[in-house]
Design a protein around this ligand. Structure first.
Ligand code: PBG
Ligand code: ZN
Length: 314
């Protein structure tokens, strides 16, 4: 009876239908490569992708977040906005086979640039304004391929407005923008950069991603993105930034998505592999923490496990 009452008064719940699973698609054939620093996470070529997407659909996870790994990179990151690039190909591939899966396309240049930065580089400097048309072009290419949601993660100023305008002009008036507004320059992205081959070749991302000391600046970024047309907001990383999630929710009352990033995942997996923590309990405690802080949806590499655990315990 005590457990029954506890269930009845429980304030927050984790649900599979609010999870988003990141997927790495790679140019090439017959590829299913383990990302060493992210046990359980693989890069897939299109021909092998159904193995992974079938698991997502079977787990009743409603959405994937796509990241592309091109065969070739260049100064301009042209693979990001090529209509036949890896992400448009993957979107069309998934759209044809899985009618009801929500496809979220991450928009950034860093996986496609030879220097690994999220924007254009000229004389060693990231060129904010010159990057905007390229991001817009990528967003339109992904929408045209069939993406349901566009998620810019580059952190250039004014990109949400530029992307909104480009989508509208091309007739994608109802394609929502999920903006990585509160994205901090973080060491927690380390394993992702192994997965996406996107580590910057020089310098770091601190000229465009936020300083982890700044909570109020994060609110200004969110405010600006909402004014430019963001439909919902990502806070990232999540675990060390729960205060940011809570503050965005309180101030703007807009759906907030917690991005439980690669380094957070790697830490949990490493400790669990050593038998130092109880993986299921720790992961579920982290998930409920995101909800308690005010997150509506959760992007997490643990999504398949979380969905399975929820089913087992139902
Ligand atoms: C690219 C991008 C990154 C992540 C999502 N999109 C890496 C970065 O900014 O370096 C990080 C995701 C993760 O660590 O799981 N702009
Ligand atoms: Zn980037």
């Amino acid at each position: 009876m005590k457990e029954t009452l506890r269930n009845m008064v429980r304030e927050n719940h984790v649900r599979a239908d609010e999870l988003i699973y990141p997927v790495f698609v790679r140019e090439g054939e017959n590829i299913c490569n383990l990302v060493e620093s992210m046990p359980g996470i693989y890069q897939y070529s299109l021909d092998r992708l159904p193995e992974e997407i079938d698991r997502v659909v079977d787990a009743e996870i409603p959405a994937v977040l796509l990241f592309g790994i091109p065969a070739h990179k260049d100064e301009m990151g042209s693979g990001a906005y090529d209509e036949n690039g890896i992400v448009p190909q993957a979107i069309r591939f998934i759209r044809e086979r899985y009618e009801n899966l929500l496809i979220i396309a991450d928009v950034c240049l860093c996986e496609y640039t030879s220097h690994g930065h999220c924007g254009l580089v000229c004389d060693g400097v990231i060129r904010n304004d010159e990057t905007l048309p390229l991001l817009s072009k990528a967003a339109v290419a992904y929408a045209r391929a069939g993406a349901d949601i566009i998620a810019p993660s580059d952190m250039m100023d004014k990109r949400v407005g530029a992307i909104r305008q480009a989508l509208d002009e091309e007739g994608f008036l109802y394609t929502p923008i999920l903006s990585y507004s509160a994205k901090f320059a973080s060491a927690y992205y380390g394993p992702f950069r192994d997965a996406a081959h996107s580590a910057p070749g020089f310098g770091d991302r601190r000229t465009y991603q936020m300083d982890s000391a700044n909570g109020e600046e994060a609110m200004r970024e969110v405010e600006q993105d909402i004014a430019e047309g963001a439909d919902f907001i990502i806070a990232k990383p999540a675990m060390a930034y729960l205060d940011i999630i809570k503050e965005i929710k309180r101030k703007f009352n807009i759906p907030v998505v917690a991005y439980n990033v690669s380094g957070e995942y790697a830490m949990v997996k490493a400790a669990a592999a050593n038998g130092w923590i109880d993986e299921k309990k720790i992961v579920m405690e982290n998930m409920i923490a995101f909800k308690r802080a005010g997150a509506k949806m959760i992007i997490t590499y643990h999504a398949l496990d979380v969905a399975r655990w929820l089913k087992e315990d139902a």
